[in-house]
Ligand binder design. Structure first.
Ligand SMILES: Nc1ncnc2c1ncn2[C@@H]1O[C@H](COP(=O)(O)OP(=O)(O)OP(=O)(O)O)[C@@H](O)[C@H]1O
Ligand SMILES: [Mg+2]
Length: 452
């Protein structure tokens, strides 16, 4: 289990000490890794969130052990650090403790004593994990990782996050663009036992097919032209943590097969490599499409879908939870006034009403951008209805607007698609380009609207 897994990084320039400690501590931790200087140590530290670092203070590199300790604790304060000092240089040890080191040991090294200290560090780590679980439970009573939403649908989403965060179950998040899918994915990671390990996000829609495999699984040096060195893939970089696969339905067929195999076997290899690596990630995927529709179209494998969709979380579009808009507006207003160093603005009731009834095709992201723009451009301390951008739509009749919104979006979409197709002489690639969507999206929409 990742929560209790304990990993040690040993940093010393003397090969004998390195190998002595590595062997001597092999039974004390799941992982023991060594480095011979500060640079190597930092590189390894960046890759893996070691629980314990044991480092010599005197290192041959430009950076000494103290500086190394400082840099490591700055980037990951939860790391436990034990420093090794030469006999009689207690001052440096004190300095290290002041920087946040947990303990120090003096040379010549006594392996039994070191084992005891490591066990103490491990117990300390276990207690801290327990505390964090408690703190998290407290935090959960209120909001979850910055996700704002009071409406029943969002409360459901938050409840689901709390329920599944602690498990390793594979989650698929579905929601329109800008509804907060990545935010939810991060919340799942932050509230999980894996939160001390990396959260790696990869957008499968943004990568050309040729690079995708290597991005996911990594490659060996020389495995293809341009592979000048070994490169770890997302699965490797997210080891022990969470892997977020965004726009999962955009993944090409060949890659779907490979991903399915990893999910089934829990194993993979770097491209061009023999070594079999174990996958240790919590997989979270997201799509802004109706995945079932993609399956019907034959572009997304059903077996892969079922593997990924163990726990589905659906985030409703903003237009279906207008009650949350005032809350979000206040939240972003405070946030951006602070960030831009402005006194906190207020928003007039008529302005708020305009925001509440707007269509928000870009969902929360669009709302966030609008508020940031208002904070920057409105000189007055109060935001009035006239300040609200016209393109958000006037909709004076709230009830009517809300009822016809979904329909009008569809109508507009259908009309745009028709005119693009006509303009491009029914050439689908060109039409898709003109519309600013992928060919696949165009196909999906055409089938949905019965345009053939
Ligand atoms: N419920 C929410 N509370 C607070 N902020 C939110 C909420 N939902 C979304 N946001 C903010 O809106 C922005 C967009 O969210 P996010 O990137 O998670 O959306 P997405 O669904 O992944 O979008 P896309 O499909 O375009 O990738 C982010 O800045 C996020 O912090
Ligand atoms: Mg996203």
């Amino acid at each position: 289990m990742p929560a209790s897994s304990f990993s040690i990084l040993i940093v010393d320039d003397e090969p004998n000490i390195r190998s002595g400690l590595e062997k001597g501590l092999a039974k004390e931790a799941e992982v023991v890794v060594t480095a011979c200087d500060a640079d190597e140590a930092l590189a390894k530290f960046r890759e893996t969130a070691f629980t314990l670092v044991i480092t010599d203070i005197r290192l041959p590199s430009a950076m000494n052990g103290l500086e190394l300790v400082e840099r490591m604790l700055q980037s990951r304060p939860q790391t436990t650090v034990i420093v090794i000092t030469a006999h009689g240089s207690v001052e440096t040890a004190v300095e290290a403790m002041r920087l946040g080191a947990f303990d120090f040991i003096t040379k010549p090294l006594d392996l039994d004593l070191i084992r005891q200290q490591v066990r103490k560090a491990r117990e300390h780590y276990r207690l801290r994990l327990e505390n964090r679980v408690l703190r998290d439970q407290l935090a959960n009573a209120g909001e979850v990782s910055g996700i704002i939403g009071n409406c029943a649908a969002m409360q459901d989403v938050l409840q689901q996050i709390r329920q599944v965060a602690g498990t390793d179950a594979t989650v698929m998040i579905q929601g329109e663009s800008g509804t907060g899918k990545e935010l939810v994915a991060r919340a799942l990671h932050d509230l999980s036992d894996r939160n001390a390990k990396p959260f790696v996000a990869v957008n499968l829609g943004a990568l050309p097919e040729s690079l995708l495999e290597s991005e996911l699984f990594g490659h060996e040096k020389g495995s293809f032209t341009g592979a000048s060195r070994q490169k770890p893939g997302c699965f490797e970089r997210a080891k022990g943590g969470s892997l977020f696969l965004d726009e999962i339905t955009e993944i090409p067929a060949k890659c779907q097969v490979d991903l399915l195999r990893v999910l089934e076997t829990g194993q993979y290899s770097r491209i061009g490599g023999e070594e079999v690596l174990n996958s240790d990630v919590r997989l979270i995927s997201a799509t802004n499409k109706i995945a079932q529709a993609e399956i019907e179209l034959g572009s997304f494998r059903e077996d892969l879908f079922y593997r990924l969709n163990i726990v589905p979380i659906e985030i409703p579009p903003l237009r279906q939870r207008r009650d949350d808009i005032p809350l979000l507006v206040e939240h972003f207003l405070t946030h951006f006034c602070q960030r831009h160093g402005r006194p906190t603005k207020v928003i007039a009731a008529d302005a708020m009403e305009r925001l509440v009834v707007a269509r928000w095709p870009g969902n929360v992201r669009q709302l966030r951008n609008v508020i940031e723009r208002l904070v920057v451009t409105v000189g007055d301390d109060c935001i009035h209805a006239e300040d609200i951008p016209k393109e958000l739509g006037p909709h004076p009749d709230v009830a009517a607007a809300v009822r016809t919104l979904a329909e009008s979006v569809e109508e507009t979409e259908k009309a745009s698609i028709m005119s693009a197709l006509i303009a491009c002489d029914y050439h689908r690639e060109k039409s898709a380009q003109l519309l600013g969507v992928s060919v696949r999206t165009l196909h999906y929409k055409m089938s949905r609207y019965g345009l053939h």
